[in-house]
Design a binder for this molecule. Structure first.
Ligand SMILES: Nc1ncnc2c1ncn2[C@@H]1O[C@H](COP(=O)(O)OP(=O)(O)OP(=O)(O)O)[C@@H](O)[C@H]1O
Length: 370
């Protein structure tokens, strides 16, 4: 188990800086996911920790010791790659034992370690098979056992579930999380799958364009995104983001006037999640629109609503379609679930909007009682 720190770590390829100065601390035993779109620098960060890449600047430390110049094989890091990279001609037993080949270790001890690692991921009955005789999920477990056999301080997972089918991915997600919690390895998971990051990680590092845009718990990123990138990236379907104009305690969205619980002036972006919206009688709120499309999705119904403030998407739970195309509806949401961002895309903390046709009165009601 180790604490990982990155102090102004950068990575350049030729003239291009693919990792801007990165500062980060991952606590002992923590499970952290790096999440971000393709090409944002997730794998680069992981390879730097593994020692497969050397940083162009800054310092990487494990438990306070600089490891910049320590070889990958001496870092005591276990890695599981997306492709598993199992040796097809070796048995499962030999595959798992592979990382121990350079260690001065008795044959018996190697055998014991391999069996223990195999037991942990429940493939001890398959030790004499070849990889081609295993299912995708079983191969995945062999790759995990191979990473665990060294008893690493740090476990690095590079999109380890992306080759599995949807059902197996859900099972393996839970299993990986359980194994990690049981054994307590400091773990870094690279993924572009937000569900994977949200369900497995204690904290998520969200990256974009070679830099960290937010670090926080899954709930922080979902409910309190620091900026428009995170707000738009986390959540499916994505958050509604509407251009508005703030004037004191009033927020103008097209023709609709909403109340704000604090003072604000100028151009803003207003955010509300489709699943947080309640559709009501049009007269009861100032934000109104007309249903354009209705998509029943089984457990919920997805509506697109044309409003003067722009197209708004809403999800209503339940199978029944409550509103037909062409119907006029009002849009509301609990004030505390709404978000307001300034013109440069940063969230204005603690600023929320209230839906009402009496914006000023509602704004007064939102003032903190003291
Ligand atoms: N060897 C290299 N030479 C030049 N550029 C590279 C090299 N390896 C990666 N890059 C660039 O660095 C950037 C970050 O790549 P990286 O593989 O870390 O992204 P990623 O977030 O892991 O993406 P993905 O999800 O697609 O794997 C990309 O723009 C990529 O093109």
């Amino acid at each position: 188990m180790a604490r990982i720190t990155l102090d102004n770590v950068t990575k350049n390829w030729g003239e291009t800086q693919v990792l801007k100065p990165m500062n980060l601390a991952i606590e002992n035993g923590e499970f952290v996911a790096i999440l971000g779109p393709s090409g944002c620098g997730k794998s680069t960060t992981l390879f730097l920790l593994a020692g497969l890449y050397a940083p162009s600047g800054g310092e990487i430390a494990f438990d306070g010791h600089n490891v910049n110049r320590i070889d990958a094989r001496d870092r005591n890091v276990g890695i599981v790659f997306q492709s598993y990279a199992l040796y097809p001609n070796l048995t499962v037993r030999e595959n798992i034992a592979f990382p121990l080949r350079f260690k001065a270790m008795e044959r018996d001890e190697i055998a014991t370690r391999v069996e223990e690692a195999a037991k942990l991921v429940q493939i001890d009955a398959l030790l004499d098979r070849c990889p081609s005789q295993l299912s995708g999920g079983q191969q995945q477990r062999v790759a995990l056992a191979r990473a665990l056999v060294k008893e690493p301080n740090i476990l690095l997972l590079d999109e380890p579930l992306s080759n599995l089918d949807a059902t197996l991915r859900i099972t393996m997600r839970a299993e990986l999380k359980n194994i990690q919690k049981r054994l307590g390895f400091t773990t870094l998971l690279v993924t572009h799958d937000q569900i994977e990051a949200i369900t497995m990680a204690d904290r998520i590092i969200c990256m974009n364009n070679g830099e960290i845009v937010q670090i926080g718990t899954p709930d922080d990123l979902y409910r309190r995104p620091d900026n428009l990138f995170v707000a738009g990236f986390i959540g499916t379907p994505p958050m509604n983001l509407l251009k508005g104009q703030a004037n004191g305690r009033r927020l103008q969205l097209g023709e609709a006037a909403l109340g704000l619980n604090g003072e604000c002036d100028g151009a803003v972006i207003f955010g509300l999640r489709p699943e947080d919206i309640t559709l009501i009688t049009a007269q009861k709120t100032s934000l109104r629109g007309e249903i354009v499309t209705v998509e029943p999705m089984g457990r919920e119904v997805f509506y697109s609503i044309a409003t003067p403030a722009g197209l708004i998407h809403a999800l209503e739970y339940g199978e029944a379609v409550q509103h037909a195309p062409g119907a006029k509806v009002g849009i509301t949401c609990k004030p505390e679930l709404t978000l307001v961002f300034d013109a440069s895309g940063n969230r204005l903390a603690d600023l929320h909007a209230h839906f009402s046709h009496h914006a000023e009165r509602q704004a007064r009601e939102l003032e903190p009682a003291n």
